[in-house]
Each structure stands twice: as structure tokens, then as C-alpha cells.
Design a protein around this ligand. Structure first.
Ligand SMILES: [Zn+2]
Length: 112
């Protein structure tokens, strides 16, 4: 990578939002694991284990893993807040994760 391409990358708003290795919610530390297969279920793309504080993602394209991560992250927030009814509503969880990811991808600039 040349110096100019590094500079170019810094100026651009990254469209790919990094998936963290770990984060905190409330007073608990969460970790993110990448697996070839989750819970022996080949069709499962993600899993949120609120008791162990682990989000598991199936190894796939970054776009799919990103969407899946934020879906599972919303489950993790609901679990942390005790929002059981919301947590069981997959449509709401997926809609909220979609707008959250849209915000993260489209944000620009910094208020001074
Ligand atoms: Zn879900």
C-alpha cells in the first residue's frame, strides 16, 4: 500500500463498520466469537448467549457478519435491559439493528 492510498483511506468514511472483539453492556463484558458452524446448526448465522455474554457469528462475508453482529447486539442490549418481550420479537430486533447499522454507515462529519 502506498502512502497516498493510506491517506485516501483515512479521508473516506469507512463503509465497513468493524465488528469488535469485545465490548461492555451494563456491568458485563461481552466477547464476540467467529465459528465455522454455530451450535451444530449449519443454517444459523448468529447467536446471542446472554448468560455467557458471548455473541457467536458464523464465518461468512463481512457484509453478512456485520448485519448479523448488529442483530445479535440488539438481542444483547435487550437481554441486558431485561426487555424480554422485545427480545423475542425477531422482526423488531432486526428492524432496530437495520437502522442502527444504517446510522453507523451513513454518519458524516463531527460537530465542533
Ligand atoms: Zn434474532
Amino acid at each position: 500500500m502506498t502512502h497516498s492510498s493510506v491517506f485516501h483511506t483515512v479521508l473516506e468514511v469507512p463503509l465497513v463498520i468493524a465488528i469488535p472483539n469485545s465490548f461492555k453492556l451494563g456491568g458485563r463484558d461481552w466477547t464476540v466469537e467467529i465459528h465455522d458452524v454455530i451450535n451444530n446448526e449449519p443454517d444459523l448465522y448468529g447467536d446471542c448467549d446472554g448468560f455467557e455474554c458471548i455473541i457467536r457469528l458464523k464465518k461468512s462475508s463481512m457484509d453478512v457478519m456485520q448485519h448479523t453482529f448488529y442483530h445479535e447486539f440488539v438481542h444483547a442490549m435487550c437481554f441486558t435491559l431485561g426487555w424480554e418481550k422485545f427480545n423475542e420479537d425477531e422482526a423488531k430486533v432486526d428492524t432496530l439493528s437495520g437502522v442502527l447499522l444504517q446510522f453507523l454507515k451513513s454518519r458524516r462529519g463531527k460537530v465542533q
